[in-house]
Ligand binder design. Structure first.
Ligand code: UTP
Length: 289
């Protein structure tokens, strides 16, 4: 089956980024001049996705406004001859067929994914977390869809992390079955230091079969009363094959301050219009210690 649909959960509270996230959705905080969420929508579109469902919540209205048409702004840009900006604005609203559903309470990532049950219509679908940006030559999701086409099974996007970092992620227990591919036997969410079954961490990209919705119905609330996607994926791994793919690309957790700052610097340095002046500035502050 072809992957046509993607779900982007963006209903989290963003507590690590308060006070900014009190009224601004963390997914709308820009990396240079583009909101994080736009990078993620572009990745999905470049991977061939046709329909996108963004899971939002209260205080997230800016997300819908961003991907909508802005007649007033477009008219002003046209009048003032700023045609480059005009085109950029039109491209955003034409990018994809985007729908929204509200998760009424932030009861966890698993609960957010369950809000996509009727959108998925019993098809396998992609999930891109709203605060994980992957900079890659070939879109990370496109790499994963290729693997899905070969295996027709759930695929988790993973990368190897250091021992100190295993306690921050869902960690895979399984076997390597081929080039960059693993078979997942089990998973542990944020294992205590020194107890991780491997260093293979799930990092914000998934392709999931619709059986996950039945697994989510069986999933009991875990830490903090939240329904964890990892717990539902563990149930899924007992029913059918769950694979993991070690994707090629640099992933940034832009929901953390360090990840956000690293992404901002790296993305600015990739911009031909900013690179030279910004690099000189960075060299100057590094030299000054
Ligand atoms: P995070 O745990 O990174 O997001 O969830 P958070 O809860 O907003 O972050 P902090 O810890 O409070 O700073 C990963 C992704 O899942 C979404 C988030 O929006 C983020 O994109 N999410 C999380 C939901 O959509 N609903 C939830 O109930 C929880």
């Amino acid at each position: 089956m072809k992957i046509r649909k993607a779900v982007i959960p963006a209903a989290g509270l963003g507590t690590r980024f308060l006070p900014a996230t009190k009224s601004v959705p963390k997914e709308m905080i820009p990396l240079v001049d583009k909101p994080t969420l736009q990078y993620i929508v572009e990745e999905a579109v470049n991977a061939g996705i046709e329909d996108i469902l963004i899971i939002t919540g209260r205080t997230k209205r800016a997300v819908e406004d961003h991907f909508d048409k802005s007649y007033e702004l477009e008219t002003e840009l046209e009048k003032s001859g700023k045609l480059e900006y005009l085109k950029a604005m039109q491209d955003i609203s034409d990018m994809a067929n985007i729908q929204y559903v509200r998760q009424k309470e932030a009861k966890g990532l698993g609960h957010a994914i369950y809000c996509a049950k009727s959108f998925a219509e019993n098809e396998p679908f992609a999930v891109l977390l709203g605060d994980d940006v992957v900079d890659a030559e070939k879109p990370c999701l496109g790499q994963m869809i290729e693997r899905f086409n070969e295996h027709q099974a759930t695929i988790l996007g993973v990368q190897t992390v250091s021992d100190e970092d295993t306690s921050k992620y869902g960690i895979v227990k399984g076997n390597k079955i081929g080039d960059r591919m693993y078979h997942v036997d089990d998973m542990v969410e944020k294992p205590a230091p020194g107890t991780a079954p491997s260093n293979v961490a799930v990092l914000g990209r998934y392709i999931i079969t619709p059986e996950i919705f039945r697994c989510l119905e069986e999933t009991k609330p875990g830490a903090g009363g939240e329904i964890q996607l990892t717990d539902a994926l563990r149930i899924l791994a007992k029913k059918e094959d769950v694979l993991a793919y070690d994707f090629i690309g640099r992933r940034y957790d832009v929901g953390s301050k360090q990840g956000y700052l690293e992404a901002t610097v790296d993305f600015a340095l990739k911009r031909p219009d900013l690179r030279e002046e910004f690099l000189q500035y960075l060299k100057k502050i590094v030299a000054a210690g």
